[in-house]
Design a protein around this ligand. Sequence first.
Ligand code: NOJ
Length: 736
Amino acid sequence: MTEQQLVDLLKDMTLEEKLGQLTQLDGSCFSGDGPVTGPEQELGIPSEKFPLAGSILSVTGADRIEQIRRICIEAQPHHIPPIFMADVINGYQTILPIPLALGCTFEEEAAKKTGDIMSREAAADGLHITFAPMVDLVKDARWGRVMESTGESACLNSRMAAAMVEGIQGTKENLDGHLGACTKHFAAYGAPTAGKEYNTVELSERSLREEYLQAYQAAVDAGSAMMMTSFNTLDRIPATGNEKVMRGILRDEMGFEGVLISDWNAIGELVFHHVAVDKKEAARQAITAGVDMDMMSGCYMSRMEELIRVGTVKEELVDESVLRILRLKNRLGLFERPNRVEKQPEFGKELLSEESRKAAREIAAKTMVLLKNEESFLPLDREEDIAFIGPYMEEKGILGAWSFFGDREKSVTVLEGIRSKNPSAQAKKGCGILNPGQTIYGFRFHETNEMTEEETAQSIQEAAEYAAAHKKVVLALGESALQTGEGGSRADITIPDVQKKLLDAVYAANSNLAVIVFAGRPLDIRNIREKAKSILYVWMPGTEGGNAIADILYGDSVPEGKLSMSLPYCVGQCPVFHNELWTGRHAEDGVAVENRFQSKYQDIPNAPLYPFGYGLSYTDFSYSAVELSRSQLKRGERLEAAVTVENTGRTAGAEVVQLYLTDECASVARPVRELKDYQKIHLQPGEKKRVVFTIEEDMLRFYDRDMNYVAEPGAFTVFIGTDSANDNAAVFWLEE
Ligand code: NOJ
């Protein structure tokens, strides 16, 4: 349709129809099998009006989508087709590694490919929009949703965000064969106080703008079709009713022109935040803030008519939002091709194809971080005598907390992956993932460890005996996927106690030990570091996880992942991140230990257990000193900072060359250092490469005392190296 046709359509619509377009309902509203209960009942919308909804969420499967689509278009006076949306976060059928793991690739191509695979699969099955990517910057490992972000760096997050949007949306303006992206959660959802889910966010405007907004901006610039509001408050005002943030920052400053949707019942929650007395006031605040679509609060459909009738809200505000939604439907081709599935010649073939599995395996291997490898314990020899032990050896639940559309039965376990290379390999479980009798409740299912204490003790003993009878041990441990994700905040971020017992018993029996760690967050793994010769951090690696792990264990893939979030020393250090600000009493670990009055703890170091950007390879890389093309920089000029990196080992490998900057003196406190650029290179044994970065004024900017975004003259230190703790530095000056 042309823009004029869309405007004409809007003019012809009744207010009720328009409010329907602004409403998104859950698929369960259409189950029709009994009285309306649960969240559907609280909507305050009579069930016969459900088909007026402009969008439906969480319905999957082409047939079911088509059924609901028909119900909707028949009931709607103008037969406007609904948009179907769902949380396709790191895969639809082919599940790829969780986003936090994806961040560890430092590779936009991997993010793009991930977005492309999940998007094509879900589009072929009838969906239109995914609630992804989540680009919220995260620093606190206690928060369960760190798994859904690409980590703690604005630089890395922004590049990953843009790549994900590009991958999800494909290259065609009409998104043909792909989904639209709904970037989330605007804004700063990733900074809940104390890492507690849905908690208040207290952030300075400076930090919000300098760090947190960057990735959303990158997603907007990459053309994200939609944006989702966040549940949290920002400066004490809930984001979903925050006009300054939504209209002021997101639309006016950042240039977002797409559809803005609330998070689930976030409009209704304005009442629970105690900033709106009732749902009517909540609806007023949200539409005033410019929230176009109401996900599952019913406030717009049930309360807006009255607000307009009494003149509290102008109908133009509603029209503005409806038009944006009609434009999106038009862009998706829903008017011409109401059911995109019928038009997909490749329907079905996309799902879990060999090609997607292959890509998932390659990407998963790139996400895994080798944290320790004493005595070159890894890679293993195919002939070696190894005891494979641990609850994750034969576990299928390695898809991550958000992958409920994927079939976990289709995933490759670690043992299956190992057996494809070493058919006689055997494994002993040792214990469950959770403590005996423990249950964790998830969104669609829950998980219980049915083993009793006695069975567990017996099983651990058998595992220890098994370990003692072999030369080497590989132990697969970790937290459960359900201990992460939404509602997955944890105050103790270690592996479950029962697994600690297993680790201790196995270690006592055979200390020639490597540990594979499954996690949705940076865990406190001090006990593992103490005992294991080698640690491979594999996150939640997805459908092909077991194959990718086996590839690394046997050296068919060489580890190249770099931590996208600092791995804390312990939970008391959280949040810990590479770009903390200078304080008046900055303390380096080990320096002036006798000085009490410094910014440090009495009982733990300041440094994380493993810093941001850290990760080993099976080969070694050496770095030359940093060479600068000039040491004085005039405004508008650029300088080049270069290093020569050499592969000094015996295996080909990839290295992420990372550039950090320190502003040595500024009008406001600045980060001790901050990632500003990176390049991934591949080197054959003995090969050298000169890696050149360009530094320009823009990279030196920050918000000064008057909130001007400027670069101030003075000295800057540039660090180029293998992780955020490198000390390969050079200094340059920005002139007046
Ligand atoms: C709530 C989550 O915060 C959001 O990320 C998700 O997309 C919606 N629920 C829909 O499932």
